[in-house]
Ligand binder design. Structure first.
Ligand SMILES: [Zn+2]
Length: 254
């Protein structure tokens, strides 16, 4: 398949793809602050790059990226656009319903923003009951598992060196390393051991939006992370393609 992006196909070409294939890739991300050095689009631009490269390598159709996600915890930083979890869930649900209508049975979501995960998991669980397998891939656990020593823990936070390095690897012109800084996150008031901190906003932890060390980001390490994530994602897409849909769906009562 030459045209692996849905938006570049005609309906006639899409019809042919859906007649012969039952898998698609859907990148989902966010538009939110990523420190002074990174673009607001970081999460959806990385998700899109991973999904499009995987589409090319596996001959799988890739949908346009969903650029907005659950980001209200970054709202004090200008330019962050957020939707509620139920809005994202319904939006992705309806994308899946459209795909189901054309016979798609397997959707691989490439999620670039951790805050989207619970809304996306709800969709995946619902569709597994309804005859469609939806899996969710996130690049940072993939790199953590397969490149354990490449970044220190303080380089792994939001907008820190790991994420900045991936940006440097895929769109260096959008990163301003002169603005990259290191900021040790502080504890917000009343956060103690045992208290889940998810109610606090980013501003409660950092003034720059960076969690940790960003100044050490490098293209070389970013490339390694990106390539590792692609390798894992390609493997996952191939596996999903080969498996029978019946083996992926919810089981009947015993
Ligand atoms: Zn991010």
């Amino acid at each position: 398949m030459k045209k692996y992006l849905l938006q570049e196909n005609s309906w006639v070409e899409a019809k042919k793809y859906f007649a012969e294939n039952d898998v698609v890739l859907l990148p989902v991300g966010s538009t939110e602050q990523h420190g002074p050095q990174n673009p607001l689009g970081t999460d959806h631009l990385i998700a899109r790059a991973l999904a499009e490269e995987t589409a090319k390598q596996t001959g799988t159709l890739c949908l346009p990226v969903v650029p907005f996600g659950v980001s209200s915890h970054h709202k004090q930083f200008w330019g962050t656009i957020s939707v509620k979890p139920e809005v994202l869930r319904e939006y992705v649900r309806h994308i899946c319903l459209s795909l189901k209508y054309y016979g798609v049975k397997k959707v691989v979501i490439v999620n670039g923003h951790g805050g989207n995960a619970s809304a996306l998991l709800e969709v995946a669980r619902e569709f597994r009951e309804r005859g469609m397998f939806v899996s969710i891939f996130q690049w940072w656990p993939a790199s953590r598992e397969f490149l354990p020593n490449i970044f220190s823990s303080e380089e792994r936070g939001h907008a820190a060196a790991e994420e900045t390095s991936v940006n440097l690897a895929i769109h260096p012109h959008l990163v301003d390393m002169e603005k990259a800084l290191d900021e040790k996150p502080r504890k917000p008031p009343a956060e103690t051991a045992g208290i889940i901190g998810w109610i606090f906003d980013t501003i409660d932890y950092t003034s720059s939006g960076v969690f940790g060390k960003a100044s050490t980001a490098s293209i070389e390490r970013g490339k390694k992370v990106f390539e590792t994530a692609i390798k894992e994602l390609v493997k996952h897409v191939k596996t999903v393609k080969e498996l029978e849909i019946e083996d992926l769906l919810s089981k009947h009562p015993v």
